[in-house]
Each structure stands twice: as structure tokens, then as C-alpha cells.
Design a protein around this ligand. Structure first.
Ligand SMILES: Cc1cc2nc3c(=O)[nH]c(=O)nc-3n(C[C@H](O)[C@H](O)[C@H](O)COP(=O)(O)OP(=O)(O)OC[C@H]3O[C@@H](n4cnc5c(N)ncnc54)[C@H](O)[C@@H]3O)c2cc1C
Ligand code: FES
Length: 254
């Protein structure tokens, strides 16, 4: 079922610093929360010419939360907002993750870096509906393993870091390979930087499994008109903001 997105002015209710450069900003947005499904995103005012896309991290009462890492002008603008400031938000947008019809099929979440931001809501809803949830989380270092504790509330979590500062040293694809050797019959949800997505899709292809992958391409409009977000799928260009951001791994060219 698809619902209409809305443009609203939303008030900042809380801004929490999670660690160096990581924040969760909460906005009062009942109009958006009404129709949201896990894995969707919004376009948010950024103090820059263009709005910026953000995954929905969590919803709580009438508030919607976004987890982000400050990397440039837009995220810096967000991190400096004061309680009571209002920003324009357009959403919910795009297609999110689909839970499998078979509730016995475990959900395996694969997150890379800030790609984790889309998963607390997904994991909580899946857990509340009775699915078994496991998260494999790859990050640059221990400082980037944000919200791992929160995900542990909904199931097992294994982490791996590029520098070995927490857990094993290596990439999340190693954890995925081990997991698929044990059980291929899992519903796999993936989000992270493009090189990591490509590596994960290659592993899935080797094992003959199809994952649901969330693509975080650059987006200018977020609702299908500018074509700035296209990728190749099934031999033609598709808009990750409209046909995605979540798409099946078997249609995507890697
Ligand atoms: C559907 C979707 C959901 C997203 N959800 C989140 C989220 O929940 N949390 C979060 O922190 N970020 C998320 N992002 C990325 C977020 O939109 C970018 O971090 C943001 O656009 C950066 O804006 P900025 O103005 O701070 O940086 P800019 O000044 O625009 O860019 C700073 C630097 O980051 C690079 N950059 C910017 N955007 C991207 C990108 N998408 N991929 C790779 N490099 C990039 C630029 O090339 C530049 O080098 C999402 C992106 C998409 C498409
Ligand atoms: S961001 Fe404009 S078409 Fe996708």
C-alpha cells in the first residue's frame, strides 16, 4: 500500500549527541509518523540549497528521530539546531523493507557505518511481530558502532571493525559469509556505503540468496523528478528515491 507524502514544518524536540560527530535529532511530526513504514526516508531542510535525505531511525509518541554523522554543511546545520527550531521535512518517501510472510524465517540485518541508522525501527517492528532478528554491523572503529546496544534489545548483534578496535578486525562480508554457511534461509536486509553494498551483493550472489538492499545515492528531489539518484537495475536506469531506496539484490548491476 502506498501513502501520500506530506511537506511539513517540524519542531525540534530533542538533539542528542551520541559520540564524536554522531547525533540523533527528534522532531514533532505526527503527520509523517501516521503512514511511515520501516526503511523509508524523508528529505530535510539542510541550510543548503538542496534538502538532504535521511532514513527514519525511530518513532516515539508523535516524534520522529534521525541518526546521522556530521560530514558536511547539511548535517552540521542539523546538529546545531536548538530545541523549538522548525525545519521543513518532506516524507515519508520511497519503498522500505518487506517482512517475509513466513514468520519462522529469521531476519538478518547487515549494516555498514551510518547505514545502521535505518535499522532500529526495522528491528524493533520485526521483533515485536515475533521474527527472530540478528544484526551484523561493520564500522571503521569502535567509535562508529553507534546504537549497537539499542539493536541488541531486539536480537543478537555481531560487530566487526576495519581497525580491530572492537571485535574482530575485518569487513562485515566475513560475518555474512559465516552466517550464510550456517543458514542460507534468512531474509537479508542491507544498508551501508556503496562499496560495502556491492561486496555484500557479491556474497549473496555466490550463495544464491536474494537480499533487500537500501541504496543511499545522492538525491536532489527525493520524489522521482530529477533523476539524480539513478542506478542500473535489470539493464535500465531506476530511481533509488522512487523505486527504492530498498531494492532486490538480484536486479542490481554490481
Ligand atoms: C535514502 C538516504 C538515506 C540516508 N539516511 C541517512 C541517515 O539516516 N543518516 C546519515 O547520516 N546520512 C544519511 N544519508 C546520507 C545523507 O543524506 C548525507 O550524509 C547528507 O546528504 C550529507 O549532507 P551534508 O550536507 O552534511 O554533506 P555534503 O556537504 O553534501 O557532503 C559532504 C561530503 O559527503 C559526501 N556525501 C554526501 N552525501 C553522500 C552520500 N549519500 N553518499 C556518499 N557520500 C556522500 C560528499 O561527496 C562530500 O564529500 C542518507 C542518504 C540517502 C540517499
Ligand atoms: S532524487 Fe530526484 S529522481 Fe530521485
Amino acid at each position: 500500500m502506498s501513502f501520500k507524502s506530506v511537506f511539513i514544518k517540524a519542531e525540534l524536540t530533542q538533539n542528542i549527541e551520541l559520540g564524536k560527530d554522531y547525533y540523533v535529532s527528534w522532531f514533532n511530526a505526527p503527520e509523517i509518523i501516521k503512514t511511515i513504514s520501516p526503511g523509508q526516508f524523508v528529505m530535510m531542510e539542510s541550510g543548503q540549497y538542496l534538502l538532504r535525505p535521511f532514513s527514519v531511525y525511530e518513532i516515539k509518541n508523535n516524534n520522529i528521530g534521525f541518526l546521522y554523522r556530521v560530514i558536511g554543511g547539511g548535517t552540521s546545520f542539523l546538529s546545531k539546531l536548538k530545541i523549538g527550531d522548525k525545519v521543513s521535512i518532506h516524507g515519508p518517501l520511497g519503498k522500505g523493507f518487506s517482512l517475509p510472510e513466513n514468520k519462522q524465517k529469521p531476519i538478518l540485518i547487515i549494516a555498514g557505518g551510518i547505514g545502521i541508522a535505518t535499522f532500529p525501527l526495522v528491528a524493533r517492528i520485526a521483533h515485536e511481530k515475533g521474527y527472530k532478528v540478528k544484526t551484523l554491523f561493520g564500522a571503521r572503529s569502535v567509535n562508529d558502532l553507534v546504537c549497537a546496544e539499542e539493536l541488541k534489545k531486539y536480537g543478537e548483534l555481531e560487530s566487526i571493525t576495519d581497525d580491530g578496535s572492537s571485535g574482530k578486525k575485518g569487513f562485515v562480508t566475513e560475518l555474512l559469509t559465516n552466517e550464510l554457511k550456517k543458514n542460507k534461509d534468512q531474509e537479508i536486509f542491507v544498508c551501508g556505503p556503496t562499496p560495502m553494498l556491492k561486496s555484500v551483493i557479491k556474497v549473496c550472489n555466490e550463495f544464491g540468496v536474494i537480499a533487500q538492499v537500501s541504496f543511499e545515492e545522492f538525491m536532489a528531489c527525493g520524489y522521482g523528478v530529477c533523476m539524480s539518484c539513478v542506478i542500473m537495475a535489470n539493464g535500465k536506469y531506476v530511481r533509488t528515491c522512487k523505486e527504492g531506496p530498498v531494492m532486490k539484490s538480484d536486479v542490481v548491476a554490481v
